[in-house]
Design a protein around this ligand. Structure first.
Ligand code: F6R
Length: 369
């Protein structure tokens, strides 16, 4: 049932191109418009929405953090993202014009369920993004957009995460479409790029052998840090989470701009630091800032592991290890940038003799608060 792979996690990493394609299937029509029939919240109601609040836990929360960039950029609707476990304890401001998006692979996460119940009690509409048909979270929501990742068995979430991102992009673009926000060339181009992205994920998977080899050399390290900016920041958080849960290593993700406000004090000789570099095209100011960050940490002894777009030569002099990913629009980069981090964590876990599919102390579905 592992289809020739040693672990379900490896199988599920390999299934990501298909999971992404399946989640897009039937949702983009020939003219490049979106039809999300399952989102049974009327266009009139969606036009009234004045705030989006995303609630989720763990990896799904990281998908939500990335969704915020897409939703605010493409729709200009303010968007908050909150850990479901924190949400209802702070008396959040919700009303019928708030669209709440609950993201959950299992559909059974108690923290997320309690948060969505709280939101509905305040009169907000809840849209679930979920991978499990008929589970509790979609049943209790006003609408659901299913991710089509197929069953995810490994405790560490991989293909579900990529499909959560796809679903979030679809919702963001759909909101833009029904609200008639500036529907410029950028949006049309993004829909085209999104419909081709599964091929890019496939290409990343074909180049993962050096990432595995690198991971094996780091098996005796205690700490790995991850840095990113913009959508690369949640990708850094996700890379760190994967390493914690699978390799049981101390791993932290930071916004690269925060380095000088504290974390740079952690940098010491030969400390592995993974840096997710934004595309040099598009928002190039972000790119140039992170290249300076890489120089700064390297000057202080860090071993830099740089994830950068193909053709980006500016990073070459400062990368001890360079992992290439295909060029994508800035907002879509997490779909390709996360994959090497999954492979990295999986291989480190194996090298450290850990049980990859069943990490200690963790459960696939967390049905207690
Ligand atoms: C991490 C992981 C967890 C889940 C979290 C939410 O690899 O699997 O952090 O993402 O427990 O679970 P769902 O998405 O089922 O609500």
């Amino acid at each position: 049932e592992k289809g020739g792979y040693d672990y379900f996690m490896l199988k599920e990493i390999a299934e990501q191109p298909k999971a992404v394609a399946d989640t897009l299937l039937g949702r983009i029509d020939d003219s490049g418009s979106l039809t999300l029939d399952e989102v049974r919240i009327s266009a009139a109601e969606l036009r009234e929405v004045d705030k989006v609040v995303i609630i989720a836990c763990g990896t799904a929360f990281h998908a939500g953090l990335i969704a915020k960039y897409a939703i605010e950029h493409w729709t200009r609707i303010p968007c908050e993202v909150e850990l479901a476990s924190e949400f209802r304890y702070r008396d959040p401001i919700l009303d019928p014009r708030t669209l709440v998006i609950a993201i959950s692979q299992s559909g059974e996460t108690m923290d997320t369920l309690m948060a969505l119940r709280h939101a509905r009690e305040q009169g907000s509409k809840v849209l679930a993004i979920c991978n499990t048909n008929g589970s509790t979270i979609p049943r209790e929501s006003d609408a659901v957009l299913y991710t089509h990742a197929g069953p995810e068995v490994a405790v560490a979430s991989t293909k579900a995460f990529l499909t959560q991102l796809v679903a979030c992009y679809l919702v963001a673009l759909y909101l833009g479409q029904v609200r008639g926000t500036k529907w410029g060339d950028e949006i049309d181009a993004v829909i085209r790029d999104l419909s081709q992205i599964s091929g890019e994920v496939e290409r990343v998977l074909e180049t993962m052998e050096p990432v595995r080899a690198l991971a094996r050399t780091l098996a005796s390290k205690n700490t790995v840090l991850f840095l990113g900016r913009h959508v690369g920041y949640p990708v850094a958080l996700e890379g760190a989470l994967k390493l914690k849960e699978l390799a049981y290593m101390h791993a932290e993700g930071f916004a690269a701009g925060e380095l000088k406000h504290g974390p740079i004090a952690l940098i010491e000789e030969d400390l592995p630091v993974v840096v997710v570099v934004p595309s040099p095209r598009g928002r190039s100011v972000l790119h140039d800032k992170i290249v300076s960050n890489i120089q700064e940490i390297r000057a202080r002894g860090a071993r830099t592991i740089v994830i950068a777009e193909e053709g980006d030569e500016t990073v070459v002099p400062y990368a001890d290890h360079l992992i290439r990913i295909p060029a994508t629009p800035t907002l879509l980069q997490p779909l390709v940038a996360t994959v090497p981090l999954q492979v990295f964590a999986c291989e480190l876990a194996t090298a450290r003799g850990n049980e990859v599919d069943q990490p200690r102390n963790l459960a696939k579905s967390v049905t207690v608060e």
